[in-house]
Design a protein around this ligand. Structure first.
Ligand code: SF4
Length: 491
């Protein structure tokens, strides 16, 4: 058994989750669990990483400084993501010689049976006798494309049958047999409790399941049975204990707080400079010198203005609010406020792309130490300062579209077949024309000449922030373009 490193920045936890271009709800519990775990003070860094929104796993691994990294997949099934996507993304991400360990997905943890029962009890409100006569249905996603994708749910079903809390325990899937509609048709008990074995109130648990299975209006359809549809399991706060337990098992030792201070978001703690100082440490020092050497207006990075207000104390606000009286602005003193500000626009809409030019106005974050400033910027613009620094230091390592595309499967499979012309059309519409404030410097084709490297664009504010890999939103747009071109809409 290894003991825990005693120095700070020894151990990072990365929560790897799905995320969504469409809904802020998908990432909401991930951020909530990450914040709760930071408060426990048992990891030196806690970072979130997403498949369908920012920051990506590569970004998260680039920004953490710890020598040991434990990745806990916030997925409820051991399926497509954990068996195909995560290993592939890990191969593409730079582990920089660190000890990177991957825990099983949270859905495979033995405590999940108790959490499903908790949801079923809370939401159905059934008495003990009625529960014993009712059917419990665990709703999973499943997929026909990965063998054994439903195994986690089947094991859970078997464990719940042993508890005898419900007369019948079944599983019903969206994308594999047995389909949920067939399970509902066959269920003959007066009460049926549906527990979505999903991470969040996102697209499936919040929208498609209640809509497609008519859960809201079954009584209007003549449905006489009582059907309770509970919130998803993944939003329960108890999931935090599951994550910590999985991380401890992956790490091989019990984890306890090392100090009174809470654990930090990625990059928040300084490390002792060494001959191989991590890039985030150099980037943070470069950032502070850049701001310290500016005039009273500070520096503008994309859409935010950074000012030093006193020695070692900084302020952040929207660049368009530079001259605004701070008393008229929503005032915050914690870097975590940046995450809330970054996630929605002025109209409350989800912002899957943090560098889209619609950062909301009307706020100021004050009294930030240099480390807190770094954290706030990492939430507003994941890895932006690191990439800005790497561009200046000539240490950028751009990827390419065809490498990213070749690694895509499922609905994005074949996106690498897009022609160069069609691809440049997508680059113009998705990355250019003011749609994104980063400058794409990734190569269109990995084997192409230097001429295929897209130019870093002009500074936005006072800085050029390069983008080193096509983001998931870009790949989704490229897949749409491929479908359109197949239908003859792109020439
Ligand atoms: S791929 Fe394009 S849209 Fe996506 S982050 Fe990079 S520059 Fe922005």
């Amino acid at each position: 058994m290894r003991s825990r490193p005693s120095s700070r920045t020894g151990l990072a936890l990365v929560l790897a989750a799905h995320g969504s271009h469409r809904s802020a709800q998908s990432a909401a519990p991930v951020h909530a669990h990450a914040a709760a775990i930071r408060g426990l003070g048992i990891f030196d860094e806690v970072a979130e990483a997403f498949w369908k929104e920012e920051p990506s796993l590569r970004d998260a691994l680039d920004i953490v400084e710890s020598t040991t990294v434990v990745i806990v997949p916030l997925f409820l099934a051991d399926g497509y993501f954990t068996r195909i996507v995560l290993p592939r993304e890990l191969r593409r991400a730079a582990t920089r010689g660190r000890d990177v360990r991957v825990a099983p997905p949270i859905g495979a943890h033995p405590a999940m049976a108790a959490l499903v029962l908790r949801r079923a009890h809370e939401a159905s409100g059934l008495t003990r006798d009625r529960r014993h006569a009712a059917t419990l249905v665990i709703v999973g996603h499943g997929t026909e494309t990965v063998t054994g994708s439903g195994d986690t749910v089947y094991m859970l079903r078997d464990a719940l049958r042993l508890t005898r809390e419900f007369r019948h325990v079944e599983c019903g899937f969206l994308d594999q047999a047995p389909r949920l509609d067939h399970v509902l048709e066959r269920a003959s008990t007066r009460d049926i409790v549906l527990v979505p074995f999903f991470m969040s109130e996102g697209w499936h648990a919040g929208t498609t399941i209640p809509r497609d299975y008519g859960l809201a209006d079954r009584s209007e359809q003549g449905e006489t049975r009582g059907i309770s549809y509970t919130p998803p399991v993944g939003t329960l706060p108890h999931v935090v204990d599951v994550i910590v337990d999985l991380a401890e098992r992956a790490f091989g030792s019990a984890l306890t707080p090392t100090a009174d201070e809470p654990a930090s978001p990625p990059g928040d703690e300084p490390v002792t400079p060494s001959t191989s100082e991590p890039a985030p440490v150099r980037a943070r020092r470069d950032l502070l010198a850049w701001v310290d050497n500016a005039g009273p207006d500070g520096r503008a990075l994309l859409q935010v203005r950074i000012r030093r207000v006193r020695s070692d104390t900084y302020e952040l606000r929207h660049a368009a609010d530079t001259r605004q009286d701070p008393r008229t602005l929503e005032r915050h003193a914690q870097p975590e406020a940046a995450l809330r500000i970054a996630r929605t626009d002025d109209a409350g809409r989800h912002r899957p792309l943090r560098s889209s030019p619609d950062l909301r106005r009307g706020w100021v974050i004050t009294d930030l130490s240099g480390n807190a400033l770094w954290s706030a910027l990492a939430w507003l613009y994941p890895t932006a300062v690191l990439r800005w620094h790497q561009l200046r230091a000539r240490t950028l390592e751009p990827g390419s579209f065809d490498e990213t595309a070749a690694a895509r499967t499922g609905i994005y499979a074949g996106v690498d077949a897009l022609t160069d012309d069609a691809l440049r059309h997508v680059i113009r519409s998705c990355c250019g024309d003011g749609s994104c404030l980063r400058s794409p410097v990734w190569r269109v084709r990995a084997a192409g000449s230097a001429a295929s490297l897209l130019d870093a664009g002009p500074a936005i504010g006072d800085a050029v922030v390069p983008c080193v890999d096509p983001c998931s939103l870009f790949v989704a747009r490229a897949a749409e373009a491929l479908r359109d071109s197949s239908a003859g809409e792109v020439t």
